[in-house]
Design a protein around this ligand. Structure first.
Ligand code: SF4
Length: 323
């Protein structure tokens, strides 16, 4: 059990379901009973194939999406009932950086006006020296005041993402959801933006929920990693624990695809057969059983619980039920 004083976010049996428009009574179980904690000051990385529910989960953690069932607590406070001023205060605490900086910056607004938006929305213009704060933000993300008069189309992909980061930092949040924040960038720019995120985390005492389909990227930045498959968390462990040993057959397959610097640590590549099933019609029992090389008859009948099999190392797989 985590020390509650150190927990910033608690996800407790979170479910996010969507109704399908054209199929009677059909639902997509985007997030299906997920529980975990994010500790203050850590980077909790979450990885999984496209469509596994990681972005939906990230949005539910800051109430950009409502949960269908379960609870999300931010510093012990259930965020679902928040309204009015309380909801606005919560929004200051928790921000998001999106994947595609081009899509989320208004092309008709200059950088200055884009960075002004959070202060306008929260009624802070006139209360604080916003111009000075905007200049501080630009310097924090490695840009200069001459960028203030630029429009998004005049910036490179990396510069646009720096503006997205500056905007997310404007209201001095404690939690930032990084939703595929570097996936749209060239590899060399990716490294620069990852370094910037690391520096900002240290300097400002931030906590990140870092979402990526790229385990290599998640591995580089995370203190702990959660592996998601078809709406469920299947393994949670620290970076070191996962490097040492991964238990879940899905995590083993994901990690086998990453080239290791240490040749002895390199395991044989595990190729998964078949496509990821649809979250509107997931397999019974363990969702992974249709692709798992170690599946047995029980796997298609029973949902494996997420159990702690070593200190802080959680796995949802029947292979470890006796441990
Ligand atoms: Fe594979 Fe069964 Fe474990 Fe699921 S519960 S990962 S199908 S062995």
């Amino acid at each position: 059990m985590a020390n509650e004083d150190k927990v910033l976010v608690k996800a407790d049996h979170v479910k996010v379901y969507f109704k399908l428009r054209n199929k009677r009574s059909g639902i997509v179980r985007a997030v299906d009973d997920v529980s975990f904690d994010i500790m203050k000051g850590e980077t909790f990385g979450v990885v999984g194939e496209s469509g596994c529910g990681k972005s939906t989960l990230g949005r539910a953690l800051i109430r950009l999406l409502d949960v269908t069932d379960g609870h999300v607590y931010l510093e012990g406070r259930d965020i679902a009932p928040l309204k009015g001023a309380d909801l606005k205060a919560m929004r200051k605490e928790a921000q998001i950086i999106f994947q595609d900086p081009s899509a989320c910056l208004n092309p008709r607004r200059t950088v200055k006006k884009i960075l002004m938006e959070p202060f306008e929305i929260h009624g802070l213009k006139g209360q604080i020296d916003v111009d000075r704060r905007i200049e501080e933000l630009l310097h924090l993300v490695g840009l200069d005041t001459y960028h203030l008069s630029r429009y998004p189309h005049e910036l490179s992909g990396g510069q646009k993402q720096r503006i997205g980061i500056a905007r997310a930092l404007a209201l001095e949040p404690r939690l930032i959801i990084c939703d595929e924040a570097v996936s749209a960038l060239d590899v060399s720019v990716q490294a620069q933006v990852l370094n910037l995120l690391q520096e900002l985390k240290q300097k400002l005492g931030l906590t990140y929920f870092f979402i990526s389909h790229n385990l290599n990227v998640v591995y580089q930045v995370s203190d702990r990693v959660g592996v998601m498959y078809l709406g469920r968390m299947v393994e949670i462990a620290s970076y070191d624990q996962l490097y040492e040993k991964r238990y879940h057959p899905y995590t083993q397959a994901l990690l086998s695809a990453i080239p290791q610097v240490d040749e002895e640590a390199q395991t044989e590549r595990i190729h998964l057969e078949g496509e990821v099933p649809s979250p509107s019609n997931p397999p019974s029992g363990c969702h992974f059983h249709t692709r798992c090389p170690r599946a047995c008859e029980r796997c298609s009948r029973e949902v494996p619980a997420l159990r702690e099999i070593g200190e802080g190392h959680f796995v949802a797989c029947h292979l470890y039920d006796q441990q």
